[in-house]
Design a protein around this ligand. Structure first.
Ligand SMILES: [Zn+2]
Length: 205
């Protein structure tokens, strides 16, 4: 299967993890492609029995889910390997893993070598392994929290990098202003768009 097809499957998996409806506009934006080309690619995956359409949303079939989980698992264990064993920065590891995740056998070797890690460096669970109990930053009330997980959607990884938010890091939520969550990180006040904040999960500090 072409790497690009696997990217669609993996994206549907990630959106599903956060309960986001996978509409064409969301898929095209996340993958940085025109809606028309996303539509064509999804139709091809549909013809292969990996994706189906329900109303305006695209869903993974059972078979599609299996393929998607394998790609996401590869991605997350490879990130772990790049950061822990090779000292690669978390964000660079994310981009590198996007290229390496398509060699399934490599993902298997890395997973075995690391002894089956539970989560990737930004805290996303390896498919089939336990996820942390946490809430979206966009939905918590004021107070102190710790970052549990940075999803790789909606620009959340970009904002996390900008503000130095990674799993274990503390922050204080001050409230919501318009379409932004106001937080205090390491003594600095910053505002994160609600969309990105919905993919940053936090737990009680
Ligand atoms: Zn990643």
């Amino acid at each position: 299967m072409p790497a690009r097809s696997e990217d669609y499957l993996a994206l549907l998996y990630r959106l599903g993890e956060f309960g986001v409806e996978a509409r064409l506009s969301v898929i095209a934006r996340e993958l940085g492609v025109a809606p028309a080309s996303a539509s064509r690619a999804l139709a091809k995956l549909g013809a292969r029995g990996l994706v189906e359409r329900r109303g305006a949303a695209y869903l993974l079939t059972q078979q599609g889910l299996k393929r998607a989980a394998a790609v996401v698992r590869s991605h997350r264990v490879i990130e772990r390997y790049l950061t822990d064993e090779m000292g690669v920065d978390l964000y660079r590891a994310h981009y590198l893993a996007h290229s390496l995740e398509h060699v399934a056998e490599f993902g298997d070797l890395v997973d075995e070598r690391l002894g089956g890690p539970r989560a990737c460096p930004p805290g996303n669970p390896v498919p089939g392994r336990a996820a942390p109990a946490a809430l979206p930053l966009s939905r918590v009330s004021e107070g102190k929290f710790r970052v549990a997980r940075v999803g790789e959607l909606g620009g959340s990884l970009h904002w996390a990098r900008l503000l130095g938010l990674r799993p274990g890091e503390s922050l204080e939520v001050e409230g919501v202003r318009g379409q932004r969550v106001v937080v205090r990180v390491a003594g600095r006040r910053c505002e994160i768009p609600l969309e990105a904040a919905s993919f940053i999960l936090v737990e009680g500090g």
